[in-house]
Design a protein around this ligand. Structure first.
Ligand code: HPA
Length: 234
């Protein structure tokens, strides 16, 4: 047990999928894993461990935003031995070529700040995904016929943003989409020699104003779970 995870030692697999929403973790575990068992429910942050094609997998909520994700990922890596961590989530599209329902594999994540900011001081660390996961996820996503983009995203600290000028600079510099977690995930993975990737569905679009209809959200979330599982064990 850790401060925020009630699982016993050995209850958590080396491969962990991280949706933001704990109920999405429950749905994904019940839909895609065999023998899924609840291993955490501290503060309502649900985690499940089961197997996918015989491989042990944990699907655990990260919560929203980098401070929340940072708590869970620190404990998953340092206390439970997680080695491959894949965020599955949504993002806002930032380029015309990126459409709602497309998948973005986040190669890098720009930020104003992460919970790790303090240790870098004057350095602008470049949080980066694991190449083997990007490659395998790209194959899995394009194999499903999903339009897939690989490139930089922006991990923001705010959903209700009062600084449109920052988004404008991101758009101007080719950033594909905005979400709120990947940069800290990549930074922690780099620090502890783990593999990490964020697989994101474009749920809304900052330029066109388009949004994914609610009846398509579950299907696109399911696609991300499959892409992440295939990538993890490629
Ligand atoms: N901003 C931040 N996070 C998001 C967004 C957004 O517009 N859309 C989906 N996740």
């Amino acid at each position: 047990m850790t401060v925020h995870i009630g699982a016993k030692p050995g209850d958590i697999a080396e491969t962990v999928l991280l949706p933001g929403d704990p109920y999405r973790a429950k749905w994904a575990a019940e839909t895609y894993l065999e023998d899924a068992k609840l291993i955490n429910e501290v503060r309502g942050m649900l985690g499940f461990t089961g197997t996918y094609k015989g491989n042990p997998v944990t699907i655990h909520g990260s919560g929203m935003g980098m401070p929340s994700l940072s708590i869970y990922v620190n404990e998953l890596i340092k206390d439970y031995g997680a080695k491959t961590l894949i965020r599955i989530g949504s993002c806002g599209g930032m380029q015309e070529k990126v459409a709602v329902r497309d998948v973005i594999l986040a190669m890098t994540a720009t930020t104003v700040s992460t919970p790790s900011r303090g240790i870098f001081k004057e350095v602008n660390f470049a949080p980066t995904a694991d190449w083997s996961l990007i490659q395998a996820a790209y194959q899995a996503a394009t194999g499903k016929g999903t339009t897939t983009h690989v490139g930089g995203i922006y991990s923001s600290d705010v959903f209700y943003d009062e600084r449109p000028d920052l988004n404008e600079q991101m758009v101007r510099h080719g950033v594909l989409g905005v979400e709120m977690e990947a940069a800290e995930l990549y930074t922690l993975a780099a620090r502890y020699d783990c593999r990490a990737l964020a697989v994101l569905t474009v749920s809304d679009h900052l330029i066109t104003g388009a949004a994914l209809p609610s009846d398509q959200r579950e299907r696109s979330f399911g696609d991300m779970v499959e892409i992440a599982l295939e990538a993890a064990f490629a």
